[in-house]
Design a protein around this ligand. Sequence first.
Ligand SMILES: [Zn+2]
Length: 300
Amino acid sequence: MDFLTALNQRVLVCDGAMGSVLYARGVFVNQSFEALNLRQPELVTEVHAAYVRAGANFVESNTFGANRVKLAGFDLVDELVAINRAGVRLARAAGARFVAGAMGPLGVRVGEKRGVSVETAAEVFDEQASVLIEAGADVMLLETFSRVSELRVAVETLRRRSALPIVAQVSTADDGLTQDRLTPEECARLLTEVGATVVGVNCGEGPSATLESVERMADATTVPLSAQPNAGAAREVEGRRLSLSSPDFLASYARRFVTEGVGIVGGCCGTGPEHIARIAEAVSGLAAPRTVEISADVSS
Ligand SMILES: [Zn+2]
């Protein structure tokens, strides 16, 4: 069964964080997490496998920052192909049913004075995507984009290259807006228009803000939605700063996401296999709230 057929049948559970789990396992933050695909592959596979055991239907390759611009900062451009290839291979080796080729923002402004041009950004996205696709990714997942202008370039580039499903996720501030001041409705409309298969929200300000954003996206598009919140920002509760981040707290939102049209639920920073296990329990057996039309030419 391919990814879209599965997505049309039931709610799919994605994984949680890679970065914060690696950090918890003693990996220092001042290095390329993606280079671990080559330096400590067994550690990366172990994290993937923990998510698969927790009930994730698919996992994201450890390739979030494995684009030319970000790798240049670590002097790792020469290893771009190997890092991305290994990313897909390690996710697959962990027993994941589907592997999402994960891509993040470039870390520089796109199409603005100080930064890179739209053409350059498109080339950089295409370079990484081509390796992930060739390595066998079942779906492409673009995440943590706080500027829709950049995410748009990524979606358009991927759509030109491949007919694979694209999950396009923005990261919004607590006012619900992206950094380039688009509303969730505007994001959903724009991303659907340029070819995203699924639109959604990840990272950001925790599950309750994510719920508000997907509710608003649901009004603006008919495609399935995705929600991968952080474990939760610290909040003032009766005079105390509490981080509402327990697996149960996060899972309590999972069914509410689905009611709004979310067909892919997972986690972002601060979430681990325990969170995903509780989410998987919460959405177990739920039918897909929205479906995608599968066209005949999706095989390319
Ligand atoms: Zn995050």
